[in-house]
Every structure is written in C-alpha cells, then in structure tokens.
Design a protein around this ligand. Structure first.
Ligand code: 13P
Length: 246
C-alpha cells in the first residue's frame, strides 16, 4: 500500500519571516494521515531544517546538481543538500526544463546524484498544451520517464514520480481526475519494467491543485499524492490539501 504524499513546491517565493509562520501553521495542524513535505529555495534550507526537525513534516530542495562537486558556479550538490537532511529533491520540474534547457538525460543524472546521497528525487514529467493537442501526451511523458529508467535501473523503484501537465501549472486549469488518472495509469504500466517499481513508486499529480479539487484527484487509483505550487504558500489551503490526502 502506497502512503499518500503531499509536497509543497514553494518555487521562488517566501522570506525568512513568512516561512516561519507558514511552517508553524503546517506543523501545528498535524497529525496528518499522509506524508507531508515542503520543497523550499536552497537558501532557506537551514531555517527550514531547524524548524521542522523532529516534526513529521519533511523538507527538500527544488533542484540538485548532477555533479558531485567542482567548478559549477551557482549549483548545489546532493551532498550539500544531505547536510541539511533533505528528504527530497525535485528534479526536472517543467520550469527547469523550460527556462534552464534541462534535457531528459540531465534530469536522469540529477535523479541519480540525489539517490547516491540518500535523497529521494521527485522526478517531474509532463506535456505542454501543444503536445496534448497533438495527441502526444503519453509519448512525451514516456520519453521523459524512459531516460530516468535507463539511468537508474532497479533503483527506479526508489523515486517519486510527479505528473505535471505544463498547461495546468499556475493557470488555474486543472487536469480532470479522469485525464490525470489515464496518464498516471500509463506511467505505472511503464514502471513495471523495473522490478517492483510499479507497486512502490508514488505518482503525484501537480498543476493547480487546490483545497477544493484535491479530494477528487486523490481519489483516483493511480494518484498517490499531490505536488502543490501556489496553494502551498497559503497555510489553510495547503493544510486542507494534506488532510484531503488522508
Ligand atoms: P501550481 O500548483 O501553482 O499550479 O504549480 C504546480 C507546480 O508546478 C508544482 O510543482
């Protein structure tokens, strides 16, 4: 049985003062039935780790370098994230793929780098509106997942996967539960190629998840949680989503 997981992706939002209030509210609303985590800007990891240590709320980063160390100005290694006890690192978020030209192969290398330091990569896949309209949704996400599967082999079972249709991110336009379920089911079929990955890997949905649509999405058999952007910055919304997950 896969325990549901709700992850807040703060993106490039927050301040030390605002974060402290938000995290206090999230921790204060426990216990949760689902696993709960926040992925924060790297510069806030120290504060976040200090505030969440010993609570049931976990934390992580929004990206990780594919390199172990070296002359890579601006990058942060998985070993550095591990020093801050990160449980998760997002890799291949569509905003990284789009604005930083991250390829499927680079995303796979990042997932590998995270796992090597005991950090669970949350691998994001998803199609653009043009690709959906052209009937390419399943081909696109299959290609994105295949690169990771090839790099990880049996360790594919140790990732979290997130389906985030690009057209649903920050637009208020959510995939219907049926649309999301159909892509999640296809992804789970593909996971069958690696050991027990199909049974173990949690496949999260992301894209305009809100308190009022979370329950119907999370009721789908292959939706194992949510990756939440904008709504994760509002304590009451995020807490309601976490509660909808279990
Ligand atoms: P929104 O929830 O703001 O649509 O963002 C989704 C997302 O990109 C989470 O990673």
């Amino acid at each position: 049985m896969r325990r549901k997981l709700v992850v807040g992706n703060w993106k490039m939002h927050g301040s030390r003062a605002a974060n402290a209030g938000l995290l206090a509210a999230i921790v204060g609303a426990r216990p949760y039935g689902a696993e709960v985590a926040v992925c924060v800007p790297c510069v806030f990891l120290g504060d976040t780790a200090a505030q969440l240590a010993g609570s049931e709320v976990q934390w992580g980063a929004q990206d990780v370098s594919a390199h172990a160390q070296g002359a890579y100005t601006g990058e942060v290694s998985a070993a550095m994230l591990a020093e801050y006890a990160c449980r998760f690192a997002l890799v291949g978020h569509s905003e990284r793929r789009q604005y930083h030209a991250e390829s499927d192969e680079l995303v796979a290398a990042k997932a590998q780098a995270a796992l090597a330091q005991g950090i669970t990569p949350i691998v994001c896949v998803g199609e653009t509106l043009g690709q959906r309209d052209a009937g390419l949704t399943e081909a696109v996400v299959a290609r994105q997942l295949a690169a990771v599967a090839q790099a990880l082999g049996a360790r594919l079972a140790d990732i979290v996967l997130a389906y985030e249709p690009v057209w649903a991110i920050g637009t208020g336009r959510t995939a219907t539960p049926a649309q999301a379920q159909s892509v999640h089911a296809a992804l789970r079929m593909q996971l069958q190629t690696a050991g027990d990955a199909a049974a173990r890997v949690r496949v999260l949905y992301g894209g305009s998840v809100k308190a009022d649509n979370a329950a119907e999405l999370l009721a789908m058999p292959d939706i194992d949680g949510a990756l939440v952007g904008g709504a994760s910055l509002k304590a009451a919304e995020f807490i309601a989503i976490c509660r909808a997950a279990g």
